[in-house]
Design a protein. Structure first.
Length: 287
């Protein structure tokens, strides 16, 4: 009997997931979006719950939850273009080194906000309340990043040119570990009293937050020594990335998983550290 319910109850439900025109994979903690019925890249007008519905329209787009987030992303891009990019157009960029500096600040802004958004969503289950998650994660990131900014100069003096790249390696390592082991870890600790869960979340966030906080002031300090005319572009690029990253992170999590977003952020921070260490940091100070 070729019935979808029998096929789902069989020992090979993956075949149904693969062949279905809608997203039928079970919802899990790593991707807890029950309101996302369509596979990425598909826009299907079809009655999926009745037989004999032959007409199907497929377009290159997304539907339901994705359409809302894509609309927000489009508006974010539009307003960021007019209020951040256009005012900075008066300061022209010419050399490749300039563009690398702008890319550096774009990467750290994009990855920072994506890490923050994803951690807020991940720790909702662990802390038991979205309000707790937002408060604890934002507080932990701001405090640890602020301390990282405060001590960034001392770290640079201690480790020299390799300071930021070392921080990038630490961030990439922890984000990769969190991508694969954070859910089992918080699940095993969910029995703890609420105050201890607060402290656990704080420590987990503060470890990466401290090193994430060193990137922006180190980059600004470097531009002040080499080309101070780029500082405005650095702020603008970072702000632009922060605006779109808050939506882009949710879109990636919606269609893939929190694990994928954390791995993307790990790669982004590693790329930013490598970009600074191997290109930007080789420039001579301005006369």
């Amino acid at each position: 009997m070729d019935n979808i319910y029998y096929r789902l109850a069989s020992d090979r439900p993956e075949e149904v997931y693969r062949d279905s025109s809608v997203l039928m994979t079970p919802v899990r903690d790593n991707s807890p979006y029950i309101n996302q019925p369509n596979k990425i890249g598909q826009f299907r007008f079809k009655n999926n719950y009745t037989q004999g519905m032959a007409k199907e329209v497929t377009k290159w787009s997304l539907i339901y939850s994705n359409s809302v987030y894509l609309s927000i992303l489009s508006l974010s891009l539009l307003f960021s273009f007019f209020f951040i990019y256009l005012p900075l157009r008066r300061r022209r960029l010419s050399s490749g080194a300039n563009h690398k500096a702008i890319l550096y600040f774009f990467l750290i802004g994009l990855c920072y906000i994506m890490v923050e958004i994803i951690f807020i969503k991940i720790f909702q289950l662990f802390l038991g309340n979205p309000a707790y998650s937002i408060s604890v994660i934002v507080f932990s990131l701001l405090l640890s990043s602020g301390l990282g900014s405060l001590f960034s100069g001392r770290i640079a003096k201690l480790l020299g040119r390799r300071a930021l790249f070392t921080g990038a390696l630490v961030i990439a390592l922890f984000l990769t570990l969190y991508a694969f082991f954070l859910f089992p870890l918080v699940s095993s600790l969910i029995f703890l009293p609420l105050v201890f869960r607060f402290l656990t979340a704080f420590v987990m966030i503060a470890v990466v937050g401290f090193f994430m906080g060193t990137f922006f002031p180190t980059g600004i300090r470097h531009l002040g020594e080499t080309d101070s005319t780029l500082i405005g572009w650095a702020w603008g690029s970072n702000s632009f990335a922060t605006v779109i990253g808050s939506v882009l992170g949710v879109i990636l999590a919606l269609n893939y998983s929190f694990t994928v977003v954390l791995l993307v952020c790990a790669l982004g921070y590693f790329s930013a550290g490598a970009l600074f260490h191997f290109t930007m940091n080789r420039r001579e100070p301005a006369a």
